[in-house]
Design a protein around this ligand. Sequence first.
Ligand code: HEC
Length: 132
Amino acid sequence: MKSILMSIIFLSLWLVILSLSNCTYKNATDVYPIDTSGCKTANMSYTNDIEPIIRENHCYTCHGTDSNSTGNGIVLEGYANLLKNGVPDDIIYRDITAPDGTINHMPGGYPDVSPCEILKIKAWLDQGYKDN
Ligand code: HEC
């Protein structure tokens, strides 16, 4: 009788632990989606839309032309460098949307790129990542 009681207690403990471990999530926006319906993504321009997003999200702090060592030698400043280091395989998009807390998540140490900015980058990539 005692061992049955112990088994029941252990089983309930496991259930509690299992249910608690299900409470993790990758990105806050998965849980609280942000309304991006007002986000303009038509005819994205590298100069007017995309470059400012990259600059304002501190990417050049580590990936600028004069900061090679901090960003692992990956330079993202200027269209030519961006193309050489990232855009063809959507690497920038992959890294700004990588789950929080993973090494690929960019920008390292700064607030996340906003959902609307991410949509704009995606749209620019889909539109052929033009140097316009
Ligand atoms: C605080 C420094 C820092 C900032 C700011 C930063 N990065 Fe990085 N980034 C790194 C380091 C270090 C690496 C190399 C390690 C790695 O792969 O995560 C890296 C790697 C990368 C890579 C290559 C990943 C790969 O797998 O080869 C890309 C693309 C990238 N960053 C994009 C960005 C973008 C876009 C921003 C701005 C939104 C940004 N980074 C901001 C430090 C930074």
